[in-house]
Ligand binder design. Structure first.
Ligand SMILES: NC(=O)c1ccc[n+]([C@@H]2O[C@H](COP(=O)([O-])OP(=O)(O)OC[C@H]3O[C@@H](n4cnc5c(N)ncnc54)[C@H](O)[C@@H]3O)[C@@H](O)[C@H]2O)c1
Length: 250
């Protein structure tokens, strides 16, 4: 009986979660949920965040459950800071198997003719460049282990193709790269929570997902799929016109 392997066992794995704090005190954001879930399944988790107070709160939550984590202060928009965060994680926990890039912001408002370009560039750095910088320093560690898993949290569509390109580039090295696209999880309707997002990430980081890479996974309760009373696609009537066979008997 005991020879049956435990599913979603991260014992021995070291994970880095960027944005592991949360701006809402006592609440569960996406990074905090992901860090707690990984630690709960046995991973040692480096809680990388600019704001150490917010990350310490996550660490306390992990400690309450008996998990292992450490706060690593970094600004993920600065390459030297990312390099040091990786170095610190390896010093603390020996290596890195998993990188979850959560840090991101809503982005500059306005259309192309109106938006403030300095704000756009600032947010591009936070949302996209940061993921390249963290991956750039995590991948050499993953190579040493002969495996790795990276999950990017999508804030802008640019991340989708970047994730797929990274999946293709690092697939031969057994480093999987996937992307999670959460819906508005903290709307007043409260349709979803950080736990829903965290569980999707946990799955993508697990050995059970070893055959999954380059996946863009919406975690949004189906909101981007359309609505039953407003389907995403209209019926195409061309075949009906050309052949006389009706789309529907009704
Ligand atoms: N909240 C939502 O409804 C929602 C919806 C879709 C996507 N997202 C995405 O989820 C991610 C997290 O959002 P959230 O609302 O769950 O958490 P949050 O914004 O409350 O927390 C993010 C954490 O990232 C840290 N951080 C910010 N900039 C940083 C930097 N340069 N370096 C290091 N750490 C930094 C913050 O200190 C904070 O602890 C973002 O990428 C966001 O775009 C959120």
């Amino acid at each position: 009986m005991s020879s049956v392997p435990k599913a979603f066992d991260f014992t021995g794995d070291v994970a880095i979660v960027t944005g592991a704090g949360s701006r809402m005190s006592g609440e569960i954001g996406n990074g905090r949920a992901t860090a707690i879930l990984l630690a709960r399944q046995g991973a040692k988790v480096a809680l990388v965040d600019y704001n150490t107070e917010w990350a310490e709160e996550t660490k306390r939550m992990i400690e309450l459950e008996g998990g292992t984590s450490a706060v690593v202060q970094a600004d993920v928009t600065e390459e030297e800071s990312c390099r040091k965060a990786m170095e610190k994680t390896v010093e603390l926990f020996g290596t890195v198997h998993i990188l979850v890039n959560i840090v991101g912001v809503g982005g500059a408002m306005g259309d192309a003719t109106q938006l403030d370009l300095a704000a756009w560039e600032r947010d591009f750095k936070i949302n996209v460049t940061s993921m390249v910088l963290m991956s750039r320093h995590a991948i050499p560690e993953m190579r040493k282990n002969g495996r790795g898993a990276i999950v990017n949290m999508s804030s802008v569509s640019g991340l989708i193709q970047m994730t797929r390109a990274m999946a293709a580039q690092h697939g031969p090295e057994k480093i999987r790269v996937n992307c999670v696209c959460p819906g508005m999880v903290f709307t007043p309707m409260q349709e979803g929570t950080g736990w829903d997002v965290g569980n999707a990430i946990l799955f993508l980081c697990s050995k059970e997902a070893k055959w999954i890479t380059g996946l863009i996974m919406p975690v949004d309760g189906g909101t981007t799929a359309g609505k039953a009373d407003r389907p995403a696609l209209k019926a195409d009537t061309l075949a009906e016109q050309n052949t006389g066979v009706p789309n529907s008997k009704a």
